[in-house]
Write a protein that binds this ligand. Structure first.
Ligand SMILES: [Zn+2]
Length: 413
């Protein structure tokens, strides 16, 4: 199967998509805003123009299907952005899918295996992260998510109504038809660039967990209260932060990362001992065992520090997203495809979450990265060299042709 992939047309589509919600050199296109809804309508139009069977379903996923096929490779990502984000995060994977499906239709050949291109709604979490893919995968129903709302109080239900998507059928994963999931994405980090490689082949998507800890002490005069008599919620927070990081460093792996994302002190003054403190923590790793080890240690640590500083505490565990391993056979075939395209590649974990992680337990799933200039992402500075976008598109086209020609069971090892 020779797919005549048109790089110029792909870049032109990416640039047109980036004009919806353009902000400085990037894009501000959060899910179900006016700009995002317009972008979805445009995307569906591009799918129709490519003779795909196109629709926007009841959760706002945009879906384009090559007609007349029995089985499908899903090529997907997302077209919403973080606030003031970049032009390629998500968008590149969607437009790659569009181009490959378009090229397949243009061959005029009827194939058993076709393509479903999908732009999943709200990957970035204006309402909830991985919203569209969770509903597509049947992990959440519309009823379960309808009352989710944004920080400014807009419910998902209202936003879907306004967009005109409410009441449309919800399209879900088909375990008989859908035989593989592929997602191309920008790396969003500096690893490929610093290793001088053009394609990253994702081995696993790392898991992430969050927690919130609060300490409650007593406000006192910071000059007159002896140190031993204080109930200092700030001191407890600082010690907790340091000890948490030490624990992750000592008992984590090389791939463990952690973040102290937010801290609050009350009342927050030079001369007042803090009566209350709050800290948001997040930690990520590819190993469920290490995540479990950290999960078990942190409430114990909070209790120990509370006692030490004579303050009470509360501990709230947050989301737990388990790590997901990508399909090894598919991974090897992407390596072979990269080789045929003369693209240097390397295996690497993904430190960011992606729609792909929800598919890993359903169907052979793989992800590939292209380099991000300076590792920048989730910022208007996000960019990738056009030559690298081209190469990534060709490698994805090559792996898709291989699957269409040879099915999934053949390994190129
Ligand atoms: Zn993304």
């Amino acid at each position: 199967m020779l797919l005549a992939i048109d790089v110029k047309r792909t870049i032109a589509d990416l640039k047109t998509l980036a004009a919806f919600g353009k902000f400085e050199s990037g894009v501000n296109r959060r899910a179900l805003t006016i700009e995002d809804i317009a972008a979805r309508a445009w995307l569906m139009g591009r799918m129709q123009a490519a003779n795909l069977e196109a629709s926007i379903d009841g959760i706002g996923n945009v879906i384009g299907v090559t007609p007349g096929c029995q089985r499908y490779i899903i090529i997907a990502s997302h077209s919403d952005t973080v606030p003031k984000g970049g032009w390629l995060d998500g968008a590149m994977g969607v437009i790659f899918g569009l181009e490959i499906a378009r090229a397949l239709v243009e061959t005029g050949e009827s194939t058993d295996i076709g393509i479903k291109v999908i732009s999943f709604n709200d990957e970035e979490g204006r309402f909830a992260g991985l919203l569209g893919s969770s509903v597509f995968c049947g992990l959440k129903t519309l009823d379960q998510v309808a009352e989710l709302s944004t920080e400014d109080g807009i419910t998902l239900n209202d936003a879907l109504q306004k967009a005109g998507y409410a009441g449309q059928t919800i399209v879900t994963f088909d375990p008989v038809q859908d035989i593989a999931y592929l997602e191309a994405h920008i790396e969003q980090g500096p690893v490929l660039e610093s290793n001088n490689r053009k394609i990253g082949i994702v081995t696993e998507i790392i898991g992430a967990e969050r927690a919130r800890v609060l300490f409650f002490g007593q406000s006192d005069h910071a000059g007159t209260t002896p140190m031993v008599m204080r109930k200092d919620a700030a001191a407890a927070l600082y010690e907790f932060a340091v000890r948490f990081a030490e624990f992750c460093r000592e008992y984590g792996s090389d791939s463990t990362v952690w973040n102290l994302g937010y801290a609050r002190l009350e009342p927050g003054a030079y001369n007042v001992v803090a009566r209350e403190s709050e800290l948001y923590i997040e930690y990520r790793d590819t190993s469920t065992e290490i995540l479990g080890r950290i999960r078990k240690a942190i409430p114990e640590l909070a209790a120990e520090i509370g006692t030490k500083f004579n303050v009470s505490h509360q501990f709230f565990p947050g989301i737990c997203i388990s790590p997901e391993v990508m399909d090894l056979k598919l991974l090897e075939r992407i390596e072979a495809a990269a080789g045929r395209c003369d693209a240097s590649c390397m295996r690497m974990p993904s430190g960011g979450g992606h729609d792909a992680m929800l598919f890993a337990r359903k169907v052979p799933t793989a992800m590939m990265f292209v380099p991000s200039i300076g590792g920048r992402s989730h910022d208007v500075a996000e960019d990738t060299h056009e030559a690298d976008i081209n190469l990534g598109l060709n490698v994805l086209g090559e792996i898709v042709s291989d699957i269409i020609d040879n099915g999934l069971s053949v390994s190129n090892k």
